[in-house]
Design a protein around this ligand. Sequence first.
Ligand code: SAH
Ligand code: SF4
Length: 358
Amino acid sequence: MVDIRSATEEEVRAAVVQLGEPAYRAGQIVTWLQQKGAESFDEMTNLPKALREKMKDTFELRCAKKLRRWDSSLDDTSKYLFELNDGETIESVLMHYHHGYSVCISSQVGCKMGCTFCATGMGGFRRNLTPSEMLAQVQAIERDKHIRVSNIVLMGMGEPLDNYDAVLRFLRLVSAESGLNIGMRHISLSTCGVVDRIYDLMQEKLQLTLSVSLHAPNDEIRRKTMPVARRWDMYELLTACRDYEQTTGRRISFEYAMISGVNDSDACAKELAEKLRGTLCHVNLIPVNEVKENQYKRSSRERLERFSDILSRSGIAVTVRRTLGADINASCGQLRQKSFEQTDGSDVISGSDNDRDV
Ligand code: SAH
Ligand code: SF4
């Protein structure tokens, strides 16, 4: 069956004509699939019943069904657990900023990359998401909260550049005028550093923000926490980043999770500053989010400040990132395939009632 929410407007038109229907129906169908986030063909009430029945036989409608929502009591962040058509589950996060709503979506069920600090990585890999399943996360949240999402970050579960074709198609669909119309400048994509795909992506010349998860100033430390660093070393990665920035004119964002005693010394800061000198970039420092499966501890506030000072005195743009949704385990690296089961049957859980140890 055709995964119709993953289809472009032209592809929907061709499919509709194949069904013996007039081409103008495609516009109506695309509005339902892409803008309104329809969750069934029966919702599409401006289409003839006979056509809806034909669509049920020919097309598959991939959705993200809300199983649980956790609302933070510290800030306006919500975490969602969604079930996909085949029963796999993923998490997404809604954040509220002064400029609007931002959704952090997953691109895979699990992840192959095995970073040692990340809960997603520890759970292993199940499968890639389809473009429709990435869209459905945004749409389900818009429907649930009656809001319009203005920004998207591909920073949930999975490595987006390990699911390259589907992610690219998703980006085209979500930014299309006939769709949610979220411009590339409002989209960020985070990668652990899949170098060959960074080269592919730069050829697309998209105006999105590329975030690269660095988390170490040298290969020795990086290889201990990020297996991908054994495939491509930092020299190759940083060369790709400079090429990316020159080809697209877009400044790269480097993510650096500060782990106490692992990558947070003054010497690490100086080495990092040296490596990034001359690169048009921005460094985001974030205290590592602790997960129960490993021993990593977050660096102290003072350590973060000191590290940040060393970078900025070397002329590197740096910010210490706020952690949102801390009471509901909604932060980077804390998303999982299955969060704990709540026993009271409620599908909305607020931060204060929450068990921290999910
Ligand atoms: N796979 C991609 C995107 C998803 S992870 C990537 O790795 O970039 C999103 C971000 O969370 C990445 O920067 C990742 O390195 C970071 N992250 C993972 N686990 C974390 C943790 N425990 N604490 C802080 N950041 C973490
Ligand atoms: Fe995968 Fe990113 Fe987690 Fe690494 S940090 S395991 S690449 S999701």
